[in-house]
Design a protein around this ligand. Structure first.
Ligand SMILES: [Zn+2]
Length: 215
């Protein structure tokens, strides 16, 4: 796949030249893999919109359900590293951070045969140590530039689809790196969200077309 895009220091996705569409967003889903039902629903919607996404996964969940990681791979998801335990990494010693990141590289490789190239620190807090270990493993380190705030919502809260769409569209800009989670209400909102983004003229960037170097 040609490398048409790169990520800038604000974690936005930018085209490499003027002939490439700049009005795009990157879709990401964090904290899985949790449930086949949710994962399949996300992919049904992504396929409908011809969209690809990064799934930032945690090692402890892969260990519990390696078959769900396989499912993400089989359905065409791009697997990213989100650390083993989903802990704040920035204040941890180098050796601990190295283990948190490299154990995930190893288990993803064991289960899927592929090694992640994208890394997102839990809570967006990797610090210099997280950046260093990511770089040592050839991982592109990113937080996000557009938060859906789906993680702040409760199960019984009303109107979550509308809130997710408002949160994303309020922050919407070319190259938005959109943070979502593998949550039932996000899954439910996804079709409307993607239709809304398309209606505003945005396309969905294929993560495999992003260079692995910030510039
Ligand atoms: Zn997370």
């Amino acid at each position: 796949m040609p490398l048409l895009y790169h990520m800038n220091k604000n974690y936005d996705i930018k085209p490499n030249d003027e002939s490439t569409n700049k009005k795009v967003v990157l879709l990401t889903f964090d904290d899985g893999p949790k449930e086949a039902k949710t994962i399949n629903s996300i992919f049904d919607t992504l396929e409908k919109h011809n969209a690809k996404a990064i799934f930032f996964v945690n090692g402890y969940r892969i260990k519990e359900h390696p078959e769900l990681l396989k499912l993400i791979q089989e359905r065409g998801g791009i697997i990213g590293n989100h650390s083993w335990d989903h802990i704040v990494l920035k204040d941890k010693p180098y050796a601990a951070v190295k283990k948190q990141i490299e154990d995930v590289q190893r288990i993803v490789k064991e289960v899927t045969g592929e090694t992640p190239v994208f890394f997102r620190p839990p809570h967006g807090a990797g610090g210099d140590v997280g950046k260093k270990v990511a770089a040592e493993n050839g991982l592109l380190y990113m937080t996000w530039s557009n938060g859906s705030l789906d993680w702040t919502m409760g199960e019984k809260e009303a109107g979550k689809t509308g809130k997710i769409i408002k949160n994303v569209t309020d922050q919407l800009h070319s190259g938005s790196n959109i943070l979502m989670h593998e949550l039932p209400w996000t899954t439910e909102a996804l079709d409307t969200l993607l239709t809304t983004l398309e209606g505003k003229g945005y396309g969905f960037v294929d993560p495999r077309s992003i260079e692995l170097k910030v510039r």
